[in-house]
Structures are given as structure tokens and as C-alpha cells.
Design a protein around this ligand. Sequence first.
Ligand code: GLN
Length: 286
Amino acid sequence: MTLKILLTDATERLTQATSSKGEAQAMVRMIMEHLKGYNPADCVIHSTDSVTPWLEHEVNMIVSRVEGGEPIQYVLGVARFMGNDFKVTHDTLIPRPETAMLVDMITDRNSQRTDLRVLDIGTGSGCIAISLAKALKFAQERATDISPAALEVARQNAAALKAGVTFALEDILSASAPVDAYDIIVSNPPYIAESEAETMESHVKDQEPASALFVPDSNPLLYYKAIAAYAIKALSPAGELYLEINPLFADELSAMLRESGFTEVELHPDFYGKTRFATAKKPANG
Ligand code: GLN
């Protein structure tokens, strides 16, 4: 069998599975990059090569798992975020492209600073903390998560990407805040209300860690309230808070941040036009 036939067959099966030819083609690109280090041009150059039984077996196994509903990133064990490959497992959320906007906002606003102390709460795969550590010069980065398994993945990612981040096991719901310890606190905490799960695709709700996705309907701001209470103490005067948020609760969230003592509370859209981020400042004299 030639490479061309193998990949045409894989693309067809993935198109059936995902109902999107574009997505299927993107997955085939990821699979070939992962298995052979081939870019799309290499696939064309090698299209008439006959494939090894190993490659045929691997491609078919990966395609079958995606057909079974597993996200391709979990099957390959890797997700791309801001130009870097991050290890992901079922213990970590798959980094989303929107989250890169949060990282960009922080680096754009702080490109002149060289001495920042940064905390990422609920780091998961470590994608935010590690991307920041690579982008900000001489920043001191700390990242916490409640999941030991996620922290292990984050540690491996930091080592592989040579990012200086200190990781710690911590539950934000019970953490006691240090005083004046950080200049920037960032978090993308769980924010999907359990009732929203009905409308979600199964490759998200049945595959990604529920503890990283969901909050009770009765208290959708659960983590944000804990983060705000922590951050208003732990931030330095004029320190900045950056949050990824649920558009459904944006107004409630900005009111809560103001009540907690933050100023300059601003909401920002993602590239789909959804209100996806909130930024706020601890008062300079606070
Ligand atoms: N901070 C991680 C991310 O942005 C994990 C987020 C989460 O698990 N809620 O991917």
C-alpha cells in the first residue's frame, strides 16, 4: 500500500467521524507529523512510497480511537499551544486556542517588565504558566493545581520546554493567601455550569477531566470567588488579575470582582466574539 492510499483512507474515515473534511485533514497532518515527522510537503514527496506494516497499524489504531470519540490530542498524547508541543493526558484539559489570547494580553501589557512574580492557579498541563515563563524575561513563575496527576504532566512539560516554573499542589478553595507575593495572577479555572453539559459535545464532556471543566449550577462563580479573595491579598499594590471566564456569567463576575476590591475591571471578547476574559487591578494604595 502506498502512503497516498493510506492517508486518503484515513482522511475519509476521519471525515466521517468528525463530519468535517478540514478537521480530518488537520488530524492526518498531526498524525504524520507525530509518527514520521513529516510535514504536508513530505507527505506529497513520499506519496508513492509503500508503507511499512508498522505505519499502517499505527495510523489505523489512531484513526480507530478518534472514531471511538477520543480527542486526537489525547490519542497522540500531545497538543500544540502557542507554537509549543505540550504533553496532555486524560488528567489535563486540552489547551484551547482562546487561552493563548489570555497569555498574549499578559505579555503585551508587561513586555517592558523584567522582574515579575507570576502565579497561575489551576495550571492543568501548565500551558499558561510555561508559555508565560518563555515569553516574559526573568519572571518568577509559580503554578498550582489540585490534581497531582495534572501537576506531574505540567512538570514534565516545563522540563521538556525548558521553562522555569515552580509547581505546587494546592486547592484554591482552601489555600491561604500570602501577602504582596505576586505582580500577576492568572487563572483559567473550571467554569462550565453542570446544566450546560447537555449541550456539549461528548468528546469534551466525556473525555476531558470533569474536575477541570465543571462547576455546580448553584455556584457558577465558585472558583472565581476563591481566586478573587486570594488575589486581593496575594497581589502587590497595582498587581493584575487575568481570568478566562464563562460568557454566561460575565456581568456577575465583574460585579463580584468590584465587590472584592478590584478596580479597572474589564471584560474582553475572544476571537469568536464571546466575552471570554476578565482583567482587573488591585488598587495601587490597596
Ligand atoms: N490552565 C489550564 C488551561 O488553560 C487548565 C484549565 C482547566 O483545567 N480548567 O488549559
